[in-house]
Design a protein around this ligand. Structure first.
Ligand code: SAT
Ligand code: MN
Length: 587
C-alpha cells in the first residue's frame, strides 16, 4: 500500500533501523491480506484451522502458557514526574523506559517481518475518532487488530498529512515475563510493548491507546475515555435510551451489552453499541455523547452459552479467532460453561490430552474470542454514527458478594462520580495474579489509568459541569450472595429487569426508596413477572445495612488517603456526607 504521510514514513524508518526486520509490510486491511496472513499462520502453527463446515472462517490460537492475561505489574505509565502518574498506576521514568526497551527492541525483528498497521479508533468522519499506527512482528496481532479496529484506508484518510497519531510499537521479543514491559508515554502519544503476544498487552489500540493514552488526551481536550459498554435500550413504544456501564474485566460487560430480554418483556430490546470501551464527550445540546472506538469484540469465552449470551453464541460461529480454548476431535471448540457437556476427550488450551477426569480446566479461564461487531445480530444501527449516541444513564458495577445492593441510584453527577471513584471488585482471571481478591477499582479503570487518579476524578467533575442534562448514575451488583453462598440474583437476561427500572427512572416513572447510600427500587418497582424470586430474596438483594456500610465508609477513607493529595475536595465532601448519613442510619 502506498503511504505518503511523511510523519508516518519517518517513524517507520526509525523503528526499522532499531528493530532490523528482514522486511517491512504496510497493512491495508484487504481481504487478500487476511487470506495471506491466515495461510502463513496456519503453516507456522500460529493458528489451527477449525472445522470449516461447522465453524467457517474460524481459527484457534494457543498462546505461550505464561502469556495468557494482562500483566499489570509489568505495565507502566512513563510521565516526566511520578506525580503525574499518581499513586495507583506503576510509574517508570521516560528515560529509564526508553533505555530499557530500546535495548530489547534492538534487532528484535531480525529475520522477521515488521508489519505496519494504520488503524482508526472510532467511526470514520467522527470528531471523536483518533488514529493509531501499530508496528508489530506478530501476525496474530495483525489479524486481531484487523477485527478490533478499522485498519488501512479509513485511518489514513482520517490522518491526512498530520503527524497526530498514537505511535504503538510492539514486539513479541522472547515472550519472557522477565523481559516484558508495556510502557505508555502519554506526553509523546506513544506506547511501547515488548515480550507479550496477549490481547491487552499486544493489541495496542485497545487498553493501551483507547484507555491509557486516550484518558490522558481526554483530560487535555475535555472528554472521558472509559472502560464501559454502551447499549441502547428500546421500550415497547419504540423509544431508545442509551446507557453505558463500567465494570472490571470479566464481570459480564459483553453479556450485558448483548442482553436478550426475558420472555415477558415483549417489545423490549437491547441494542449493542460496544462491550468494553466508550469515549464520552459533552455535546452542544448539553448532553453526554458516546462512541465505541472499537470495531470488534475481544470477549471472555468460558461461561458463554445460549443461556448467558445467545447473541454471542450465534456471533462466534463464523469468522472468529479463538484464543486458548479446548479443541474437540471433530475440529470444533469447547470451554467450561459451553452448551455441550464436557467432551469425552479433547485437547486442552495448551494442546494436551484432556478428559472430564482431568484436574485442570480444558479452556483457560481468560480464553477469548475475537470477532467483528458486524457479526453481532444485536448491533445498534447507531454503531457507526459519527455523532455517537446520547447517554441517559451510567452504571457502575463490580463483583461484590456483600454490602452492595442489586441497584441504587446516585443523587446527582457529583455523587455518581463518588460512587464510581470508590468502586471495589473481586479480581478475575483477566489479569495475572490471585482471583477473588477484593480491590479498589475506580470506575473499573484501575489497570487503565493514564494519569493521576485525583486529576482523573476532577476531569469527571469538570465534564459533568459542562452538561445541562447529565446522565443519571447508578451502582449495580449482580453478584450478591445469600447465606448459602449462592448468588441471589439470576443475572444475564434477567438483568433486563434492572435496566428497565433504570430507564423508567430516567423517565421519572419508577418508584424508589431513599436510603443512606442512594435510592433503591421500591419493593414493587422492580418487574418480577415470570421470575421466581421470593420477597425475602428481593429484600436481601436490596438491603442496605448501615453496619456493613460504616465499615465500607472507613475503608473508603483509607483509600482516599492512598489515592494521593490530588483527590478533589468534592469527592472528599461526598465521602463526608455518606459517612454522616450512614452514622444517622445506625441503630
Ligand atoms: O486483554 S484485554 O485487556 O484486552 C481484556 C480485558 O482484560 O478487559
Ligand atoms: Mn475490558
Amino acid at each position: 500500500m502506498e503511504i505518503s504521510n511523511q510523519h508516518l514514513l519517518a517513524w517507520v524508518e526509525e523503528v526499522r533501523r532499531l528493530c532490523k526486520p528482514e522486511q517491512v509490510v504496510m497493512c491495508d486491511g484487504s481481504e487478500a491480506e487476511r487470506e495471506r496472513l491466515v495461510k502463513e499462520c496456519v503453516s507456522a502453527g500460529e493458528l489451527i484451522a477449525l472445522n470449516q463446515d461447522k465453524l467457517p472462517g474460524c481459527y484457534l490460537h494457543r498462546s505461550a502458557p505464561h502469556d495468557v492475561a494482562r500483566t499489570e505489574q509489568l505495565t507502566f505509565v512513563c510521565t516526566p514526574t511520578r506525580a503525574e502518574t499518581g499513586t495507583l498506576a506503576n510509574w517508570m521514568s521516560p528515560e529509564d523506559a526508553r533505555t530499557k526497551l530500546t535495548a530489547l527492541y534492538d534487532g528484535a525483528m531480525r529475520g522477521r517481518v515488521m508489519y505496519v498497521i494504520p488503524f482508526l479508533m472510532g467511526p470514520p468522519g467522527s470528531t471523536f475518532s483518533k488514529v493509531g499506527v501499530e508496528i508489530t512482528d506478530s501476525r496474530y496481532v495483525v489479524l486481531n487488530m484487523r477485527i478490533m479496529t478499522r485498519v488501512g484506508a479509513p485511518a489514513l484518510q482520517h490522518l491526512g498529512d498530520s503527524g497526530d497519531f498514537t505511535r504503538c510499537l510492539h514486539s513479541l521479543g522472547d515472550l519472557s515475563p522477565e523481559r516484558r514491559f508495556i510502557c505508555h508515554f502519554p506526553q509523546d502519544n506513544t506506547v511501547w510493548s515488548v515480550g507479550s503476544g496477549y490481547g491487552g498487552n499486544a493489541l495496542l489500540g485497545k487498553k493501551c491507546m483507547a484507555l491509557r493514552i486516550a484518558s490522558y488526551l481526554g483530560r487535555k481536550e475535555g472528554w472521558l475515555a472509559e472502560h464501559m459498554l454502551v447499549v441502547g435500550v428500546q421500550r415497547p413504544d419504540g423509544k431508545v435510551r442509551y446507557l453505558t456501564g463500567a465494570f472490571p474485566s470479566a464481570c459480564g460487560k459483553t453479556n450485558l451489552a448483548m442482553l436478550v430480554p426475558p420472555q415477558n418483556f415483549a417489545g423490549w430490546k437491547v441494542w449493542t453499541v460496544g462491550d468494553d470501551i466508550a469515549w464520552l464527550r459533552p455535546g452542544p445540546d448539553g448532553r453526554l455523547w458516546a462512541v465505541n472506538p472499537e470495531a470488534g469484540f475481544f470477549g471472555v469465552v468460558p461461561g458463554t452459552s445460549s443461556k448467558t449470551n445467545p447473541n454471542a453464541m450465534e456471533m462466534i460461529r463464523r469468522n472468529t479467532i479463538y484464543t486458548n480454548v479446548a479443541l474437540r476431535p471433530d475440529g470444533t471448540v469447547w470451554w467450561e460453561g459451553h452448551d455441550d457437556p464436557p467432551p469425552e476427550r479433547c485437547l486442552d488450551w495448551q494442546g494436551r490430552e484432556w478428559t472430564p477426569a482431568s484436574k485442570e480446566k480444558a479452556a483457560h479461564p481468560n480464553s477469548r474470542f475475537t470477532v467483528s461487531a458486524t457479526q453481532c445480530r444485536s448491533i445498534s444501527p447507531e454503531f457507526d454514527n459519527p455523532r455517537g449516541v446520547p447517554i441517559d444513564a451510567i452504571l457502575f458495577g463490580a463483583r461484590r458478594r456483600d454490602t452492595i445492593p442489586l441497584v441504587f441510584e446516585a443523587r446527582n453527577w457529583q455523587h455518581g462520580t463518588f460512587l464510581g471513584a470508590t468502586l471495589t471488585s473481586e479480581t478475575t482471571a483477566a489479569a495475572t495474579g490471585a482471583v477473588g481478591v477484593l480491590r479498589r477499582d475506580p470506575m473499573a479503570m484501575l489497570p487503565f489509568l493514564g494519569y493521576d487518579v485525583g486529576d482523573y476524578w476532577q476531569n469527571w467533575l469538570d465534564v459533568g459541569s459542562r452538561l445541562t442534562r447529565p446522565p443519571r448514575v447508578f451502582r449495580v451488583n449482580w453478584f450478591r450472595t445469600g447465606p448459602d453462598g449462592n448468588f441471589l440474583w439470576p443475572g444475564f437476561g434477567d438483568n433486563m429487569r434492572v435496566l428497565k427500572w433504570v430507564i423508567d427512572r430516567c423517565d421519572d416513572r419508577a418508584a424508589g426508596s431513599e436510603t443512606c447510600i442512594g435510592t433503591v427500587p421500591a419493593r414493587n418497582a422492580l418487574d418480577r413477572q415470570g421470575l421466581d424470586l421470593k420477597d425475602a430474596a428481593l429484600d436481601a438483594l436490596l438491603r442496605v445495612d448501615p453496619v456493613e456500610w460504616s465499615q465500607a465508609v472507613s475503608a473508603q477513607a483509607e483509600f482516599l488517603v492512598n489515592a494521593g493529595d490530588r483527590v478533589p475536595p468534592a469527592i472528599r465532601a461526598e465521602h463526608a456526607r455518606l459517612a454522616a448519613r450512614v452514622r444517622e442510619a445506625l441503630p
